[in-house]
Ligand binder design. Structure first.
Ligand code: BTN
Length: 249
């Protein structure tokens, strides 16, 4: 992709920054990547905030126009970004890099990156997509109560050039080049796939085995009674305990 790359010192949220820019340059279809040294109001999924020390990590957002993606396959964007992030990280570390459904990137049970995708639909297709990515690069101490964060620096024992990591990510293949392949690799990298773990839905906690993710993005679990349970985003939560975490920092 022919990215226009913009580097800013500080903003509230790079996702919001791009949304504002979109209002002003609505006629351009060039993909844009904006990265900020600091976000004063970085947003996580739901009502969460995103912790990132000034100048230490990559907090960036992408604006793309995947107009050929049908609305019922919008999960293809998560698949592409998640797989591309995993492949980028594997350029730096030898540890196992996995995807915790729907789009957290985990290294041996610890969260190294989170993704916040905001799509605008037009009819039954996507008009534009803003993809926010928080990737922990050089931060050594995490102060928020976010569960089990980890950074590249903590794993490697030395700092890494943030811009180089970003450039590496932006050089990964585009989502349009191989949608089926992305779906396959997304599922192959699923954290806890075929393992029994604890989950929580609106009715409480239960144990189940993660069987698969479906093309519409729903999580498919197999409970202890052998029943299949399907969940859309936010309908179920993983209960992560320390036995699932291998990285020592
Ligand atoms: C999550 O795991 O909760 C998603 C985190 C997404 C954080 C990134 S940082 C860059 C972009 N701007 C934001 O305000 N959030 C996303």
């Amino acid at each position: 992709m022919n990215w226009k790359i913009i580097h800013i010192d500080e903003t509230d949220s790079t996702n919001r920054w791009l949304r504002e820019r979109l209002k002003q340059t609505a006629d351009s279809c060039q993909p844009v990547a904006v990265w900020a040294d600091y976000q004063t109001a970085g947003r996580g999924c739901g009502t969460n905030t995103w912790e990132s020390e000034r100048g230490k990590n990559l907090t960036f957002s992408l604006l793309i126009y995947p107009t050929e993606v049908p609305a019922n396959r919008q999960f293809a964007i998560s698949e592409w970004v998640s797989v591309a992030l995993c492949e980028t990280l594997e350029h730096y570390i030898y540890n196992k890099v996995e995807i915790k459904w729907p789009n957290d990137i985990y290294v041996e049970g610890k969260k190294i990156a989170g993704i916040l995708i905001e799509n605008t639909l037009q009819g039954d297709h996507i008009k534009e997509s803003i993809i926010g990515i928080g990737l922990n690069v050089n931060q050594q101490e995490f102060l928020s109560d976010a569960p089990n964060p980890v950074s590249l620096c903590q794993i490697l024992g030395h700092e890494v050039d943030r811009e180089e990591v970003l450039q590496h990510f932006l050089r990964q293949k585009t989502m349009f080049s191989d949608v089926e392949n992305n779906f396959f690799h997304y599922r192959k990298r699923l954290f806890l796939r075929w393992k029994k773990a604890t989950y929580q839905d609106k009715d409480g906690r239960f144990k189940a085995t993660l069987k698969d993710v479906e093309p519409d993005g729903r999580l498919l679990l197999l409970d202890e009674e052998g029943r299949e349970r399907r969940y859309a985003f936010k309908e179920v939560q993983f209960i992560i305990d320390n036995s699932l975490t291998n990285v020592k920092v």
